[in-house]
Write a protein that binds this ligand. Structure first.
Ligand code: SAH
Length: 322
């Protein structure tokens, strides 16, 4: 029920043009109330002011009904999302569509937009074994990045098998205390307090790729059955090569995202854990790195982006040089 519908019941003007009443012209109005009788406009009040007041009154009267309607709609939406997610996570096998029964492999989203939900067989591990390298503030920041990564995967058009490993020490404490242990209710993610296990078999190990901006290899695509490890660390660039060296010691291949080939990021090419997850999720959806970077990265990080302040400055200097 929209406010317009509610208000249209307020006064019927029978398509007659409404003129503001002059002083003393009360009751000369052709406007009628919904009951058909002529409205009683208080002396000294213009017709427009009276109409405004009536609208406001009606609006307030229907506030409760409106809130209930909104609440019910929200409830329905939540239920629908829950059902979709449950179906998604109950399915197994690679790249299964959520709605196998639907002929178009699609489900209707919120605004009747078609959403195609898929579950890939791509694995992402967020390796949180770097607690000792972070300040207290960085641990807080990492906890937010992990939460974000989890929720992005939950709502992604094409999800991955997400695993958080080595969740211990201060990071675990943060999740258990300040974040009220909510991660224990997370669905479709594996949380382990132990480190990930490196396969002994070389062929299996080759399916593991540690993502690192320090690598000389460039990631071309994300492959089904492969496991991509992302360093769960916020260090503001203090620990260069940290994850790269760890991967080398474990004889795990490394690769960097193809940032410079697709977009120009001003500054360092080290991204946050959640941005790397978001880029990967987007790539799985569209198979296009440029689109994936542009969708996942904040515009200010993308070369060519001009902030409002920068634009004002540029325009001012252009003005000066004229
Ligand atoms: N000093 C840390 C940087 C942490 S950034 C290090 O040694 O890696 C958090 C993680 O995001 C990294 O460990 C890496 O897995 C991933 N990452 C960040 N930028 C990346 C890039 N350009 N290419 C690939 N992975 C990247």
């Amino acid at each position: 029920m929209s406010p317009e519908i509610i208000n249209s019941e307020c006064i019927e003007t029978e398509n007659e043009p409404v003129h503001a009443l002059e002083e003393g012209e009360v009751n000369k109005s052709k406007a009628k109330t919904s009951s058909g009788s002529k409205p009683e406009i208080p002396p000294g009040m213009s017709k427009n002011a009276w109409k405004r007041e009536q609208k406001k009154k009606k609006w307030l009267e229907q506030k409760e009904a409106r809130n209930k309607y909104k609440k019910d709609k929200k409830k329905q939406k939540k239920l629908k999302n829950k059902m979709m997610q449950e179906q998604l996570y109950n399915e197994s096998g690679s790249l299964t569509t959520i709605d196998d029964q639907a002929p178009s492999n699609a489900v209707t989203g919120n605004n009747n937009e078609l959403l195609s939900l898929k579950k890939s067989n791509v694995n992402i591990i967020v390796d949180c074994a770097f607690d000792d390298f972070m300040t207290e503030k960085e641990v807080v920041s990492l906890s937010a990045q992990i939460t974000r990564s989890y929720s992005e995967n939950r709502k992604a058009a094409c999800t991955v098998n997400l695993k958080i490993t080595s969740l211990d020490k201060r990071l675990l404490q943060r999740f258990d205390t300040a974040l009220k242990g909510q991660y224990k209710q997370w669905k479709g993610v594996e949380v382990s307090h132990d480190p990930y296990i490196v396969p002994e078999d070389e062929i299996e190990r080759r399916k593991y790729i540690y993502l690192s901006s320090d690598s000389s290899e460039v990631l071309e695509s994300l492959d089904e059955g492969c496991t991509y490890i992302i360093g769960g660390i916020v260090d503001k660039g203090r620990h260069k090569n940290l994850c790269f060296n760890k991967a080398n010691e474990q004889q795990i291949r490394t690769a960097k995202l193809p940032i410079s080939e697709y977009i120009k990021i001003s500054g360092r090419q080290v991204l946050t854990t959640n941005h790397v997850v978001e880029i990967m999720l987007k790539w799985l959806e569209c198979h296009n790195w440029k689109t994936a970077f542009e969708a996942a990265m904040p515009p200010r990080k993308i070369y060519g982006f001009e902030s409002a302040r920068q634009k004002r400055k540029r325009l001012a200097s252009e003005e000066d040089s004229r």
